[in-house]
Design a protein around this ligand. Structure first.
Ligand SMILES: [Zn+2]
Length: 342
């Protein structure tokens, strides 16, 4: 009898422990298959890292610019900010993405969600280019982005003028996105490195207001590591974002790395109750990502870095943020085709 009771207590205890530790499956809502030189560690590595990290789905995008190796520079740069050489709009990035996607074993393809990004956001011909690409591979593309507009020093390194999310060329792209039911991921910094106010907010707010039928994913909610190097933390971000989520039901927020710290958690990883409440208030509007660029070894660490924050959310909300919210903004046709277990 005693033995049985002990056995019961043990299994009940184990069960309780098991229930407490949540296990997350992830969608990486922000992934670049190639880097700023259009190079990649390749599909075999990516698939392996996804499996190791519990990443079921990825937003699968290129990088819309290529960084030049200029003869004035003493060595080949390793990153866009590595030297003074310019970057230029590079449409072939999408050829690389389409090719890589077609190499994914058929049974694994539903896990990859290709986004088209290789166009010049300053050119009013870009929507025609995107339409041609969509028609070239019908049904392949599931979103547009990451589109680089205001993006730290990259903005001034890109040849030509600074792209704004609210310019005429992008307006045409948003109409196209609505026509094809494609979500749009935008990198549009909320401010410059030095201005302690939402200097560029209008540029993202205008399309949110004018294109209610387009689902926008705002990369890092307009923050960046470069801004934080100068300002540490944007005091106005929380209230601004809370207001925007309320005003624009078509706004979705990518929480990848520059949001995790210093906003969602402090430097010890402790979740900020204010942000926990905000994410809980809008359970369908936030998603997480790694923002890895061509190399995938840090993917697991990036995604699991969110676990403590996710643990602070109600369980159903946590799973949505970890995986399902990204899937819910994909074209309706794609959502219907996903296996029911996803
Ligand atoms: Zn990115």
């Amino acid at each position: 009898m005693r033995l049985i009771r002990l056995g019961f207590l043990l299994s009940a205890g184990l069960l309780a422990g098991f229930v407490e530790a949540r296990e997350y499956r992830y969608s990486d809502a922000h992934l670049h298959y190639v880097d700023f030189f259009q190079e990649s560690a390749g599909m075999d590595v990516l698939l392996q890292r996804m499996d190791e990290a519990g990443v079921d789905h990825v937003m699968f995008s290129g990088i819309p610019v290529a960084k030049k190796w200029h003869e004035d520079e003493p060595k080949r740069p390793r990153y866009y900010a590595g030297d003074d050489a310019a970057a230029y709009w590079y449409s072939a990035t999408d050829v690389l993405i389409a090719h890589a996607y077609k190499q994914v074993p058929e049974a694994q393809r539903y896990r990859f969600h290709p986004f088209l990004s290789g166009f010049n956001p300053n050119d009013k011909n870009s929507d025609s280019h995107i339409r041609r690409m969509l028609e070239l591979d019908p049904g392949l593309w599931q979103g547009i982005g990451e589109i680089f507009t205001r993006h730290d020093d990259l903005t001034s390194l890109i040849e030509g003028s600074t792209p704004r999310a609210n310019n005429e060329a992008m307006t045409r792209v948003y109409h196209l996105a609505a026509e094809y039911d494609l979500p749009v991921m935008l990198h549009s910094n909320i401010t410059s490195k030095r201005e302690r106010n939402p200097l560029y907010l209008q540029e993202i707010e205008e399309p949110l207001r004018n294109h209610p039928h387009v689902r926008f994913i705002w990369a890092h909610a307009g923050t960046s590591m470069e801004i934080h190097r100068h300002q540490e933390k944007l005091d106005f971000l929380f209230d601004t974002l809370a207001r925007m989520l309320e005003s624009y039901p078509n706004l979705y927020v990518d929480l990848s790395w520059t949001m995790l710290r210093p906003y969602l958690t402090d430097k010890h990883g402790k979740p900020d109750p204010k942000w926990v409440e905000l994410v809980g208030r809008y359970p369908d509007r936030f998603m997480i990502g790694s923002d890895v660029v061509g190399r995938f070894d840090s993917m697991g660490e990036c995604m699991q870095g969110f676990d403590r924050f996710l643990d602070a959310l109600p369980e159903d909300v946590a799973h949505k943020v970890a995986r399902d919210n990204f899937l819910s903004i994909l074209p309706r046709k794609v959502q219907k085709s996903l296996p029911t277990s996803r």
